[in-house]
Design a protein around this ligand. Structure first.
Ligand SMILES: Nc1ncnc2c1ncn2[C@@H]1O[C@H](COP(=O)(O)OP(=O)(O)OP(=O)(O)O)[C@@H](O)[C@H]1O
Ligand SMILES: [Mg+2]
Length: 192
């Protein structure tokens, strides 16, 4: 099936989640994440900042900062369809709505971080499958970005259970994630 059709259907389903459910499930997912060795061993963590009904990452940002981790968030370079990692120092003061209405670092708070320094990348998605394939919003932003991270960096997709499909088509440029976390389970991919 066409990516765009699946995208539309999944976004509709995610939009139907009541706000209380989004918050409750997000808390469970973040709790699962911070219990993982991959989180505990990471010094530099990049995370998306949620918008609309994505799994909420507010709790993760606060927890990671309190745990003494360096937290990096994406700024968007829309014309090149790239995300630029930037170190977060003051949360939420460093942030303002960006070109896609997603919170991102203000120009005055940009502190570029080399992708090779990142140990753990928390990836958003519209849908994931059991093999770590991921469907995003269709810009290829994360596919381009994940290519720049070091080979031992770990990528984790956060997803509500309703966004997990058995099998998603993978195009040659699509970068899979190492784990998918939902409110019910940890899906771990074998690393080659
Ligand atoms: N590494 C890359 N180099 C050049 N073009 C790329 C690369 N990765 C993806 N693209 C292009 O980006 C477009 C969108 O890709 P795709 O449909 O996989 O987006 P997505 O994974 O849903 O989005 P996102 O990663 O932004 O959440 C495609 O036309 C694809 O060819
Ligand atoms: Mg893709």
């Amino acid at each position: 099936m066409l990516k765009s059709i699946i995208r539309g259907d999944l976004l509709k389903r995610r939009r139907a989640l009541p706000p209380g459910e989004v918050a409750k499930k997000s808390k469970k997912i973040i709790k699962r994440l911070v219990e993982m060795e991959e989180y505990q061993n990471a010094s530099v963590i990049m995370t998306y900042l949620h918008f609309r009904n994505e799994v909420e990452t507010d709790g993760l940002v606060r927890q990671a900062m309190a745990d003494g981790k360096r937290v990096v968030v994406p700024a968007t370079d829309v014309s090149n369809r790239r995300i630029i990692p930037s170190l977060l120092v003051k949360y939420p003061e460093d942030l303002a709505p960006g070109p896609l209405q997603i919170m991102e670092p203000k120009a005055s708070s940009l502190r570029l971080c080399r992708p090779a320094l990142i140990d753990l990348v928390i990836v958003p998605g519209v849908a994931f499958d059991l093999e770590g394939n991921r469907l995003g919003y269709g810009g290829g932003f994360y596919d381009r970005f994940l290519l720049l991270t070091k080979p031992e960096a770990v990528s984790i997709g956060l997803s509500f259970e309703l966004q997990v499909l058995t099998r998603l088509e993978r195009c040659p440029h699509d970068m899979p994630v190492n784990y998918v976390l939902t409110e019910d389970r940890v899906i771990e991919m074998k690393r080659s």
